[in-house]
Design a protein around this ligand. Structure first.
Ligand code: ATP
Length: 520
């Protein structure tokens, strides 16, 4: 195998590279760019739409196809407004916001505090790494519980977290502000501590249904897909003859008027969620919560990115509906951030829908001969964040053996937007016709590209840059013996194979089924 070295870049540089690459190669464009864009809204281009669809498919198949007791639905974005009263979103779907009076910039108060804590965590991690490099049989737990600097910093973190948690639970916004003042957190733009009071801000977008404008016609763009599942719980249970425990999955758009929307597609105002609500017998929810934590982390790990890129983070403040909750965090180029949430939502949603609608939301358990409102364990992942995670990991600049470099997207082959590029070596001598013959055989099963312009080396580079895992080159020998070369994107190695071998070979290399098999 040739000697390929991945260039090391800082997180900040990697993030910039991802954003510009996404635009240059048709993955992501700013929404309505010709009008200077719309803040925190993005469009997926020709490559991005395919990658996004494949990630969505992988999630859907792993949830619905692999589980006999999970089915999928597609509920509408608009819902009866009482839905959001019952779910608690009208009253409690708020973020605490704070403004800096000098820079006039707006922040989420909780994020300011969390970022402060994250900085201390980085300090601790640095100490740990330094010690790890120095000692051979390094015991991290022991080190953390004996090193004075680490202990002091950890104590600081625990104190802030406890204080912050109490303030949030008591809805004590003055105390939240006081924490920011006591920690001497400054605005990154003005550098001052001239903060306004903390206020709550509801994140739901509202609009009017029909032509009459009054309050009774106010409806909301759904801020989560979950409620479409809850209101259909009985429909699905009855028509699908589902027995508890069972799950309902859904993917679709959600909308939140985020206070601070930045970091590209990490925090958008219109985004897509992939959610699954798992209905269980009350009292068994913690077992299922643990099971789903394991299943979901295994799903992430199945993509083959380094283990250290993921970690669990337990919620300090539980949402109004949860009795246990954690996030799967991913190390994005700008640090560890939430990628997926796993929540034990109790019977909060069904119970409230029952109360507000007057309709029974109970399940008759034939085994125990009793009626109950099921408890729910939810897994909720942002498709756009998942897309960003894949792109951040896949995009690499490599230095090759001969000193030249290439930009490559090492997207797992089963997720790649296009699986194969068919390239005639030259635009003459019947090579294009032969290439199209091969293309026509493969395109029934896969997204394939055809390209005859430019020198072959240049075409390979372009295919690397958009993450095409395999390039098939048709040359003069092909006309004689029906063999082609197939080039592997990651190793750049080429092998010569008969064209009759291609369909099976490509199928095997890019198969999503084989990947799903790893999850069984
Ligand atoms: P955060 O704390 O980052 O605001 P959250 O805890 O409000 O996220 P959830 O309500 O748990 O998020 O939503 C589930 C998932 O939906 C998140 O894990 C995330 O992947 C995705 N998500 C939430 N808000 C956004 C957003 N504004 N843009 C893109 N994805 C989002």
């Amino acid at each position: 195998m040739s000697n390929i070295q991945v260039k090391k870049v800082s997180g900040e540089e990697q993030f910039k590279n991802v954003i510009s690459h996404a635009k240059e190669y048709g993955f992501i464009f700013q929404s309505s760019e010709i009008y200077d864009g719309l803040s925190a809204v993005y469009d997926y281009g020709q490559m991005g739409a395919e990658l996004k669809k494949n990630i969505r498919d992988y999630w859907w198949k792993s949830m619905v196809q692999l589980h006999e007791n999970i089915v999928g639905i597609d509920a509408a974005i608009f819902m009866h407004p009482t839905t959001w009263k019952a779910s608690g979103h009208v009253d409690a779907f708020n973020d605490p916001l704070i403004d800096n009076k000098d820079s006039k910039k707006r922040y989420r108060a909780d994020v300011l505090i969390e970022e402060y804590v994250a900085k201390i965590e980085v300090k601790i991690q640095k100490e740990v790494e330094k010690a790890k490099a120095r000692f051979e049989n390094f015991d991290e737990t022991m080190f953390r519980s004996t090193n004075p600097r680490v202990m002091e910093n950890q104590k600081k973190i625990d104190e802030i977290n406890t204080r912050f948690k109490t303030a949030l639970n008591d809805n004590n916004l003055e105390e939240v502000k006081q924490i920011i003042l006591d920690l001497e957190i400054v605005c990154p733009i003005s550098g001052t501590r001239n903060w306004t009071d903390v206020r709550q801000f509801n994140l739901m977008f509202s609009t009017q249904l029909g032509s009459v404008t009054d309050d009774s016609n106010t409806i909301y763009l759904r801020p989560e897909t979950a409620q479409g599942i809850f209101v259909n719980f009985l429909n699905v249970q009855k028509t699908g003859r589902m027995k508890i425990p069972f799950g309902i999955a859904q993917t679709g758009k959600a909308f939140r008027n985020e206070i601070v929307a930045r970091q590209f597609i990490f925090r958008m105002r219109e985004f897509e969620q992939m959610e699954m609500q798992f209905f269980v017998k009350p009292g068994t929810e913690m077992e299922w919560y643990e099971q789903w934590k394991t299943k979901r982390i295994n799903w992430h790990r199945s993509l083959g990115f380094p283990e250290g890129k993921y970690r669990f983070h337990d919620h300090l403040k539980l949402a109004h509906y949860a009795n246990a909750a954690c996030d799967i965090e991913f190390e994005f180029p700008f640090g560890f951030k939430e990628l997926e949430g796993i929540h034990s939502r109790t019977d909060f949603d069904l119970k409230n829908h029952m109360e507000f609608s007057g309709k029974k939301m109970q399940y008759f358990d034939p085994e125990d001969n009793e009626n109950y409102i099921p408890y729910v364990v939810e897994t909720s992942i942002g498709l756009d964040r998942m897309f960003l995670a894949v792109m951040s990991m896949a995009l690499n600049e490599e230095v090759l053996e001969d000193g030249s470099s290439r930009v490559v997207m090492n997207i797992p082959a089963f997720l790649a937007p296009y699986k194969v590029a068919v390239l005639p070596l030259m635009k003459k001598d019947g090579l294009p016709e032969k290439a199209r013959e091969i293309l026509n055989r493969l395109k029934l099963d896969h997204n394939c590209l055809y390209e005859e312009k430019d020198a072959i080396g240049k075409r390979y580079r372009r295919m690397d840059a958009i993450g095409v895992p395999y390039c098939i080159t048709v040359d003069h020998q092909t006309l004689e013996d029906n063999t082609v070369t197939i080039r592997d994107r990651d190793t750049m190695q080429q092998v010569r194979v008969h064209i009759d071998q291609l369909p099976a070979m490509v199928n095997e290399k890019v198969s999503m089924s084989a990947q799903l098999g790893k999850l069984m």
